[in-house]
Every structure is written in C-alpha cells, then in structure tokens.
Design a protein around this ligand. Structure first.
Ligand SMILES: [Zn+2]
Length: 140
C-alpha cells in the first residue's frame, strides 16, 4: 500500500501530529484489515501522534488482556501480509513556521467569511429599516 502523510511539527507533550493525505490500498484484504482496525498507522490508541519522524509506520496491532486491563502492542510491517506488496509511507514534514503560516491563512479566510456575513446582515438591516420607514410614512 501507499500512504502519504504529513508530519506536523506541533508540540503536544513531545509528540508531533501526523495527518493522512492520501491512502491507496494494494488489496481488498488489507483494506478490510485497516477498516477493522487490525492494521493501521502508528499505534492502536493513538493514530495521530508520533514521537518522531522515524516512528511513522504501518503496524499490526495486538491486544493482550490482563486483569489490570488491556495492553496494545504494535509491530511494524514493511510488506502487505496478504499480497506481499511493499508498504510505502511517504512522510512530508510540515515545519512549525509552515503551520503558523497555515493557521494565519485559515484565520484570514475566517475573517473574510465573518466580514461577508456582517455585510449581508447590514444589508438585511437596511432593508428592514427602509420598509419600516415606508410603513411609518403611510401611518403618520
Ligand atoms: Zn496487499
């Protein structure tokens, strides 16, 4: 299978966020195993956070039950266990600076949306006031 991920250098307790950009399965069996959560990105409990870039991997999850609770283990796989095709993970690093820029751009879009909405509301208000004025003229 092929997986394109972004390694986002946000600092969340020593972890970085990973975001799946594109995912192509090599076979139906793997797709099914992925869907059933037997195989997936990072570890079973936390698919979005990794300690470092080198730990971005596709893993098989295993659950061991103990009286104290369940423990999940993950084992890295480099080939599909069903069809044998190589597992390719392309990691693109998004730096802190890029993330700041992204956030800034998102906020700019948000500001524009709010401005547009305010403009529409102002137009509605003007229309209502206008109608009221006309009504007033008729009454008085
Ligand atoms: Zn496969």
């Amino acid at each position: 299978m092929k997986l394109d991920v972004e390694y986002r250098q946000e600092e969340i307790d020593d972890y970085a966020k990973i975001k799946v950009i594109k995912k192509e399965f090599c076979c139906e069996e793997l797709k099914k195993a992925w869907g059933n959560n037997f195989i997936g990105l990072a570890d079973y409990e936390n698919k979005e956070l990794v300690r470092n870039k080198e730990t971005v991997s596709i893993n098989i999850y295993k659950c061991s039950q103990y009286p104290e609770g369940a423990v999940w283990d993950d084992t890295r796989i480099q080939f599909c266990p069903f069809c044998g095709k190589e597992i390719e993970v392309n990691v693109k690093t998004i730096s802190k600076e890029q993330l700041k820029k992204e956030k800034y751009e998102e906020q700019q879009i948000r500001v524009k949306e709010i401005e547009d909405e305010m403009k529409r509301q102002q137009e509605r208000l003007d229309e209502i006031k206008n109608n009221l004025r006309k009504e007033r003229e008729k009454i008085l």
